[in-house]
Design a protein around this ligand. Structure first.
Ligand code: NAG
Ligand code: NAG
Length: 432
């Protein structure tokens, strides 16, 4: 006989089945709220519609000391601030977003002093925050460019902007849409490069901090796969067939002394790779077709955000699977070497951005972006979640765990491309 107690147990078990096992929830919001220094201004803005909490979607995250950054693109009206943070050790799970460095510096359409729309951001080892302002307001048909694309770099120790660099007109085109950034630093703080993937204009823009200059690569590998534009996420079917180069990761140094940039178009199941020495050489722009290499296709489908740790483990969001995946880049990019580290059909709907903190925790934000854009969100439920887990915990019992490969005769298989194999596997040793 089914007693109430039995029913409760069954319900509890059902809940456990779809919860993340390894990732621990740190923040959760039904709807975002912004911290106004002055409550009267907030009430006035709510009444006038200058502030519309239901229009805010968190997209990018970063961790620096006790600050947890959250970016909110101005896709719709009523977003007070695009670059924000909350206290990492906040006493509540749904803290209000605090504009960074302040509200004034987030003014829409104030090209020199403000920020219009920011997606993903990066805090480097020199305590600088790299922020690309797309200068846009709206999305798709409603998108207007109110300012040029510009890199803004903040000194996190003083909360001041130390550099602003506008992209050259040749760096973008009429389709340009850049939501991703990768920072590559060698030794000194000056010796830094940033790479920006132009998702809809199909380009890769490189910025040299030392030279204060930018240049743009184009390549057919930046384009979407025309057969991979159909998406099914959380019961919604939609087509994002135009989505090109999106997520990028940076490898540790190889035996050849360079680092590898792995990238993948969003409407594609394939991964590609190029050496950072190619991207850093501006005279390669028009003559580097064969320096880019295709790797295999993955069975887990589309990937948006991804990141690589210091051991060359790539973590990526499998948006079709409500899951986070891993690949140990010491081994061929092949399905037998790619695995799922955690999955949750409620909590991980559209994992949007991933970051690694200095304690080797992986952080993930999931935001139901496809529901927000294609349908709508129900603000009576939790919509936005931030999770974290130590990398070693995530890798446990997956094929990405290192010890599984320590068997003597488990010979590794380098990925495709003769010249690439020659350059990076010449010694027959492992990559790093
Ligand atoms: C970098 O270049 C931009 C224009 O291209 C200029 O406005 C800015 O002052 C330069 N910054 C530095 C630090 O040289
Ligand atoms: C940059 O690329 C050009 C053209 O391929 C090459 O001649 C040159 O040696 C490269 N420079 C560096 C620093 O690698």
């Amino acid at each position: 006989m089914l007693t109430i107690a039995n029913v409760l147990v069954v319900v509890a078990l059902a809940q456990i089945c779809f919860a993340t096992i390894k990732l621990q929830e740190h923040f959760e919001w039904n709807i975002l709220d912004f911290d106004y220094a002055d409550e009267n201004t907030k009430i006035r803005d709510l009444i006038t519609g200058k502030y519309k909490p239901e229009n805010s979607l968190p997209v990018g995250i970063e961790i620096w000391k006790d600050k947890f950054f959250v970016t909110v693109p101005r896709w719709k009206e009523g977003i007070p601030s695009t670059l924000n943070y909350v206290q990492l050790n906040s006493l509540v799970k749904n803290p209000s977003l605090i504009p960074y460095p302040d509200l004034k510096s987030n003014e829409l359409g104030n090209c020199k002093e403000g920020l219009s729309t920011v997606y993903r951001i990066h805090a480097d080892k020199c305590d600088r925050l790299w922020v690309l302002d797309t200068g846009t307001y709206g999305i798709a048909e409603t998108m207007q460019s109110v300012c040029p694309y510009a890199i803004n770099i903040f000194d996190l120790k003083t909360n001041t902007k130390i550099r602003r660099y506008e992209f050259r007109p040749e760096d973008t085109n009429q389709n340009t849409f850049i939501a991703n950034i990768l920072v590559d630093m060698e030794g000194s703080c000056d010796d830094a490069y940033a790479y920006f993937s132009d998702e809809l204009g199909y380009g890769l823009i490189v910025y040299s901090y030392k030279q204060n200059k930018s240049w743009r690569f184009t390549h057919s590998y930046f384009m979407p796969d025309p057969l991979k534009g159909d998406f099914n996420i959380d019961g919604l079917n939609f087509q994002w067939g135009e989505e090109g180069i999106f997520g990028m990761t940076l490898s540790p140094k190889t035996v050849a002394g360079d680092r590898l940039i792995y990238f993948s178009p969003l409407a594609s199941h394939r991964e590609f790779v190029v050496s950072n020495k190619v991207l850093q050489n501006s005279s390669k722009v028009s003559n580097s077709y064969k320096d880019f290499y295709p790797l295999n296709e993955r069975i887990h489908g589309h990937v948006t955000g991804k990141i690589m740790d210091e051991d060359g483990i790539q973590f990526m969001s499998f948006i079709d699977k409500n899951a986070i995946g891993c690949w140990n880049s010491k081994y061929v990019y092949d399905n037998k070497n790619i695995d799922i580290v955690d999955k949750d059909d409620v909590g991980l709907i559209f994992p949007c951005d991933l970051k690694i903190d200095k304690y080797r925790n992986l952080w993930v934000i999931s935001d139901r972006m496809s529901n927000f854009l294609v349908a709508s969100l129900n603000y009576k439920e939790v919509n936005f979640r931030v999770y974290f887990a130590p990398i070693d915990v995530l890798l446990k019992d997956t094929v990405c765990e290192k010890k599984k490969y320590m068997k003597l005769n488990d010979h590794f298989e380098p990925f495709g491309g003769e010249k690439f194999v020659f350059q990076h596997y010449g010694t027959g040793n492992l990559l790093f």
